[in-house]
Design a protein around this ligand. Structure first.
Ligand code: GDD
Ligand code: MG
Length: 346
C-alpha cells in the first residue's frame, strides 16, 4: 500500500516555529515529525510515499531526496497555489491505482494502519476515517457516526452549540481510488467541507475507525510542548518508540562535564557540550548545542545550533535554531528565535 502526506499548509498557527521550516519538518525529539511518521510506516510494509506540498516545497525535497537513505521511495507533487485538502489529493491521482492511506502531516499518532485497513475492507467503504476524542472539538472536524460505525454527517470547526459528537477527524484516511472521480481537477476543494459530504449525498460509504491510540495535532506551540511532555511522561506507547525504554538518549560526540546533572527523560543530539554544574531535566537538546556552566534547562526544547550563556535558566521554553541565549538570562514559557533573539510568550 502507498501513502500520501498532505503537507501543503503554511502552518500559521505554529508561528514562529514555522517561520523557517514547514510544519511537517518541525522537530519532535530532535527529528522532523514527518520523518518519524514515514519511517514508522515501514512496520506496516509501507515504503512508497507521495508528499503533496506547496509552502516551502524545496525544504523537504532537499532534506529527504528520494528517501533511499531512510529505506523509503519518496515522490513529490508540488502545487503552484494551495488547492485545499481535497484539491491536493486530486492533484496526486496519477500516483494511485489501488487502496491507499492519507495522512495530515501535523499529527503525532499511534494507529495500527494494518488493523485500520482490515476494518476498511470489512466495511466495504470508499473511505475510512480514523477518529479520536478531544476536549475541544470546535477546532477540528466533528463526525456524527451511526451504530454500524459509518459517518452520517460532517461539521468542520463547528460552534460549541453545534457539536453533536465526541468524535473528531484524526487526519488519517484510507481511500479507494474511486474517490478521485468525485473531486474536480485543478480546483480549490476542501476534503472535509466538500468531498466527504458529497460522497455521503451520492450514497457512498464512509467508515469510521475508533481504535487508535495516542493522538495529538501539533498545530500550536502549546500542543507542540504538550506532545513532548506526553512522550517524556510515557503517555500511551509513544515513549518506547522515542526512548527505546531508556530515559536518556545521548548522540555522538557529546561531552558532559562530570559535575553536570541529567534527570528525567532527556534527549541529547550530536556534537553537544554540557558544562560544569549544569542541570537538565525532561528536555530535548538539539545538535551542535553548547550549554555553558551553571545553566538550568527544565521542561524545555532546544533546536540545533544553540548556545546557552553561563548561568542562564530555561523553564518550559522552546529555543529555535541558531539562537544565542545571553548569560544570566531567565526564560519561562517562552519561544526564543534567532532573529535578534526575539522572545515570545507561549
Ligand atoms: N498540499 C496541500 N495543499 N496540503 C494542504 C493544503 C493545501 O492547500 N491545505 C492544508 N494542507 C495540509 C496541511 O499541511 C495539513 O497537513 C493537512 O493538510 C490539514 O490541514 P490543517 O491546516 O492542519 O487543517 P486543520 O488542522 O485545521 O484541520 C484538519 O485536521 C484536523 C485534525 O488535525 C481537518 O482535517 C480536520 O477535520 C481535522 O480534525
Ligand atoms: Mg492541523
Amino acid at each position: 500500500m502507498k501513502a500520501l502526506f498532505l503537507a501543503g499548509g503554511n502552518g500559521t498557527r505554529l508561528h514562529p516555529l514555522t517561520e523557517s521550516v514547514p510544519k511537517p519538518m518541525v522537530p519532535i525529539m530532535n527529528k522532523p515529525l514527518i520523518e518519524r511518521t514515514m519511517v514508522d510506516l515501514k512496520k506496516f510494509g509501507i515504503t512508497d510515499i507521495v508528499i503533496s506540498n506547496c509552502y516551502k516545497p524545496y525544504y523537504m525535497k532537499k532534506y529527504f531526496g528520494d528517501g533511499k537513505k531512510l529505506g523509503l521511495n519518496i515522490q513529490y507533487v508540488v502545487e503552484d497555489y494551495p488547492l485545499g485538502t481535497g484539491g491536493a489529493i486530486k492533484n496526486t491521482e496519477s500516483h494511485f491505482d489501488d487502496t491507499f492511506v492519507i495522512f495530515n502531516s501535523d499529527i503525532l499518532f499511534d494507529v495500527d494502519i494494518k488493523k485500520m485497513l482490515d476494518f476498511h475492507k470489512s466495511r466495504h467503504a470508499l473511505i475510512t476515517i480514523a477518529v479520536t476524542e478531544v476536549e475541544d472539538p470546535t477546532v477540528y472536524g466533528v463526525i456524527d457516526v451511526d451504530q454500524m460505525d459509518y459517518a452520517v454527517s460532517f461539521k468542520e470547526k463547528p460552534k460549541l452549540e453545534d457539536v453533536s459528537s465526541n468524535f473528531i477527524n484524526a487526519g488519517i484516511y484510507i481511500f479507494e481510488p474511486e474517490v478521485f472521480r468525485q473531486i474536480p481537477a485543478e480546483t480549490v476543494v476542501s476534503l472535509e467541507r466538500e468531498v466527504f459530504p458529497k460522497i455521503l449525498d451520492n450514497g457512498g460509504k464512509i467508515a469510521v475507525y475508533k481504535n487508535g491510540g495516542y493522538w495529538m495535532d501539533i498545530g500550536t506551540p502549546e500542543k507542540y510542548m504538550q506532545a513532548h511532555k506526553d512522550i517524556m511522561n510515557k503517555k500511551g506507547t509513544l515513549f518506547n518508540s522515542y526512548f527505546n525504554k531508556r530515559n536518556v538518549i545521548i548522540g555522538e560526540n557529546v561531552s558532559i562535564h562530570p559535575k553536570a546533572v541529567i534527570e528525567g527523560s532527556v534527549f541529547i543530539g550530536d556534537n553537544v557540550k554540557i558544562g560544569a554544574n549544569v542541570y537538565i531535566s525532561n528536555s530535548v537538546i538539539g545538535n551542535n548545542v553548547t550549554i555553558n556552566p551553571e545553566c538550568k534547562v527544565i521542561d524545555s526544547i532546544l533546536w540545533d545550533d544553540v548556545n546557552i550563556g553561563r548561568d542562564a535558566k530555561l523553564y518550559s521554553t522552546i529555543v529555535l535554531s541558531g539562537s544565542n541565549i545571553a548569560r544570566n538570562s531567565v526564560f519561562s514559557k517562552t519561544i526564543i528565535t534567532s532573529k535578534e533573539n526575539q522572545s515570545i510568550a507561549i
